[in-house]
Design a protein around this ligand. Sequence first.
Ligand SMILES: Nc1ncnc2c1ncn2[C@@H]1O[C@H](COP(=O)(O)OP(=O)(O)O)[C@@H](O)[C@H]1O
Ligand SMILES: Nc1ccn([C@H]2C[C@H](O)[C@@H](COP(=O)(O)OP(=O)(O)O)O2)c(=O)n1
Length: 245
Amino acid sequence: MDTRTPLATIVVAVDGPSGSGKSSVSREVARRLGLRYLDTGAMYRAMTWWMLHNGVEVTDAVAVAAAADKPELVSGTDPSGPTITVDGIDVAGPIRGPEVTGSVSAVSAVPEVRTRLVAMQRAVIGSGGIVVEGRDIGTVVAPDAALKVYLTASEAARAARRNAESDDPATDVNATQADLARRDALDSGRATAPLTLAADGLLVDTTEMDRDQVVEHLLGLVARAVDGGSAVAAGAPEPAGEALR
Ligand SMILES: Nc1ncnc2c1ncn2[C@@H]1O[C@H](COP(=O)(O)OP(=O)(O)O)[C@@H](O)[C@H]1O
Ligand SMILES: Nc1ccn([C@H]2C[C@H](O)[C@@H](COP(=O)(O)OP(=O)(O)O)O2)c(=O)n1
């Protein structure tokens, strides 16, 4: 029996640490396949922005839990222009700032925050046709996803990628790496839905790959997972065995 999934209903789960390429690769894969795209990290960032904006002490888990159902979040899923609003305010810019980045792991560790956002994420996923990226998509949000990918890269490579995004040439790569390591430790060490490779997830180490190679690799993996795979895979090389678990 062919158990493969139609492309129109597929869920592709992409997890991994900061700077592994989740957002850029997931967006491009979704765009190329005509799928929707959901950045769940943006939702945790938007929740954190709302807490900071409304005077909630983000290190106080009880206060965060009490406020977790208040912000109204809306995520737009067009991969060519994903959007995120909180209470009708476009927060796409502010959620990438240092205040939110410094507090998002604490807010994300609060179970009430996760319960609410996971429910919203499942509602957006609906009947599928979407690439969803985050930290717990393959393990918690969509454990039945037809394809689960865990992107990673060395800490130095991820820090260099993040640093290259900065407008300020004086940004210190060591400070970036330290901040990234701190967030990785918090996201991987928390009690609820820690960042981890799903038992049936495919580990893809992108340290030595450029972004386009990773996109092509994932397109090949999607092709293997869906009905009519060869049509999807036209032009995409066979996935490299050594990059897979
Ligand atoms: N394989 C790659 N090689 C080099 N740079 C990459 C690669 N994948 C992504 N990037 C770049 O690295 C930065 C971080 O990627 P991003 O997709 O935001 O990662 P994540 O969502 O996992 O934090 C972006 O500027 C992106 O364009
Ligand atoms: N599914 C998710 C997605 C993100 N998070 C948390 C943990 C992350 O440090 C923050 C921000 O995620 P985001 O993907 O925007 O972070 P990076 O782009 O990788 O720096 O949100 C989470 O706990 N679960």
